[in-house]
Design a protein. Sequence first.
Length: 366
Amino acid sequence: MDGSSDRAAGMLRVALAERALRCGLDCAVRSPGCTVRVHAAETAPEAALLAPGARLALTGWRLSMLGMPVETGGTYLLDLAPGRSAAAVRALADPLARPDLPWPAVVADMRPADRIAEAAVELCKIARLLPAAVLCEAGTAASDVVVEEAAVFAHRRFVAESLVPVVTVDVPLDLAPEARFVAFRPGDGGLEQYAVLVGDPARGDAPLCRLHSECFTGDLFGSLRCDCGQQLRGALARMREEGGGVLLYLRQEGRNIGLVNKLRAYRLQRAGLDTVDANLHLGFEPDARDFLAAATMLRRLGFSRVRLLTNNPAKVEALAGHGVEVVERVPHHFAANPHNRFYLETKARKSGHLIRLEAGDPPGRT
């Protein structure tokens, strides 16, 4: 095999491993001199949670929310105590489970994770599961699905950089009748990404561009908990008014934690958490999105300079870091409603979004 074939084969094994974890099966993660069996904590069978010598890998974000003095950006290995219950182990990973057991009844020891345990947690994230993995020694019953540690960490970059256009077609939209869809497929055979070209994006030196992370609840159903649907429709309307633009529809639901985990975060928000803290309680970073895929798509479309329609300075920095010049940040404001004002306030206060909340907007929760 040549180098590109080797990489593609490695990414296929990552895809097989994440599918196994989603199905409640195990996979094996291999690094030089070491192989471990891995289950996802939320889908693992009870036997794996209770296996002698089993360890639980959790993120520092999750452990800090459990009151542990850890580095939030790290990953930790927990030696599980004898006599533990499977429900208690799952509850360490899932904040919705709310265990009644004291910490020492479940955990015998804790230490920073090694790279292979970090790879196991990354696999859970790739699978859109809670970022918590159960690790056992490989032994003779190791899974037939074996993935290299290095391939796991290379996966996201490979997927983003391997995107290629496979079809372009006119799709007249209510808000943008002169629209064309371009579908991009990644080299791992996973989820396609989409560009919507409105009018003539190349008419100016730098087209108006919107990086829109998918939001199933807001974009499709008009959820009032966020402003995503307004941002999507508003971007298309703005591009039509200007005669052209590029909207990239990116497959990173819930700040890239997946729809199920986003719905879990909504449950936590009903209990009083804000949108950032809800993600931390689930074990995720405040914002797990990456915009390398967006930069790749723009380059494939022939654009190296854009006017970015966003309130989020991090998107400007991310595109610039991936080689796409942002010549202007164009604000993208919409009125708040009683359901999303606190969400918008949190984005401004904790995530640095440059949101202008009007004095007449409904009051948020304090």
